[in-house]
Design a protein. Structure first.
Length: 366
């Protein structure tokens, strides 16, 4: 396997001075990615709905980075196409999505519109401009037809989805595959000059996530208020990982895809190392340990919306072909996450760049 030093070394030359169009830049994961791209020297243009929470990562970055920010909806086909065409990006990373399972039960049609039609709008806009471009569409680990077994899902396993969110993301993968075959076929790259891949990441945690119906924000709100942490599915197993883990995977995939579009135009899983998955209750117990106090209560109900009980990913393809592997244990991921929130709640400091630098150091020393 190629050394991680060599892999990390290609990120700066791959993105320095390049134009990167980033959808979903005001969101949790998108803001972390925008910050890292800024640190790598890229020129970033973000396209997203307004940031939902004043305390989120994005609203704490406006004085620290320079990036164009376009407030827009990926369902607005013309605006999206106009912004891409005027920018002529070297890279497109598509993170904008309706990303919450429980919200998708309340708003199923909206979820499909955003995640499926929005992805098609973006890829049609990419096909319309004539420049060379590398495109990475971010989906989720939940794109697989989940049989609730211990077998970790591989990229060639059946796609599916019980809830509207999961199904919409599986549909987005079909949209990606269709556009890759119909408009961006690797064998015709010399003609269209577009390279397209997708990335499927596990459950991401990290500082600055204040979304509703997510476990880390639920933990922080309860701990800050000296209340018990409510757990809907304490025994559910998830492939938790710190937000910087998949982002490095996305950046690495984009860099390698730009170099060799015929080789890397496919889907890749990004998740924790085997046996690093945790139950929700174990995650919470570790969070309480690092916070220094707290407790939780089981608020599960037989009438609550269905959510998967067991989900694990096989990351061998990303490891073998991209040379990517996680750098943080689940304990470190939780500790880094709690450290960000503790620091922010104490004096409103944002240690995002310090954590990116520390993560880069781990990359270079591995």
């Amino acid at each position: 396997m190629e050394s991680m030093v060599g892999n990390h070394y290609i990120l700066a030359p791959a993105y320095k001075g390049k134009k990167v169009f980033l959808t979903g830049h005001t969101g949790f994961k998108g803001a972390w990615m925008m910050a890292w791209l800024h640190k790598l020297g890229a020129t970033v243009k973000g396209f997203s709905l307004p940031a939902e929470d004043e305390h989120g990562i994005y609203n704490n970055l406006d004085k620290e980075i320079t990036a164009q920010s376009v407030i827009g909806d990926i369902r607005n086909k013309k605006q999206l196409a106009d912004e891409i065409a005027s920018f002529q990006p070297d890279f497109i990373f598509h993170l904008a999505a309706q990303a919450l399972v429980r919200y998708s039960y309340r708003h199923p049609a909206e979820t499909f519109e955003v995640n499926v039609t929005g992805t098609a709008n973006l890829l049609e806009a990419a096909a319309a401009f004539t420049g060379k471009c590398t495109i990475v569409v971010i989906t989720t680990d939940k794109v697989y037809h989940n049989n609730e077994w211990h077998y970790p899902y591989r990229e060639n396993d059946r796609l599916g989805g019980y809830d509207p969110y999961s199904a919409s993301k599986a549909c987005a993968e079909l949209v990606v595959d269709s556009f890759r075959n119909s408009f961006f076929h690797p064998n015709k790259y010399a003609t269209h000059q577009k390279a397209l891949a997708s990335a499927r990441a596990g459950n991401v945690i990290g500082g600055g996530d204040w979304s509703k119906d997510r476990i880390v924000p639920d933990i922080i709100r309860a701990l800050a208020a000296d209340e018990k942490i409510p757990l809907r599915n304490p025994n559910a197993v998830r492939p938790w990982q710190h937000v910087l883990e998949p982002i490095e995977g996305y950046l690495l995939l984009g860099a390698k895809l730009a170099q060799e579009p015929l080789t890397y135009a496919k889907a890749y899983n990004f998740g924790p190392l085997p046996h690093q998955e945790l139950t929700v209750s174990a995650l919470v117990e570790q969070g309480i340990h690092y916070w220094g106090k707290g407790s939780w209560e089981d608020v599960s109900s037989p009438n609550q919306p269905h959510e998967a009980g067991l989900l694990t990913l096989d990351i061998n393809l990303a490891n073998k072909e991209l040379g990517w592997q996680p750098k943080l244990s689940n304990q470190e991921a939780i500790q880094w996450t709690l450290e960000w929130f503790k620091t922010y709640l104490t004096d409103k400091s944002n240690i995002l760049f310090e954590q990116i630098t520390a993560y880069e150091s781990k990359c270079n020393n591995q």
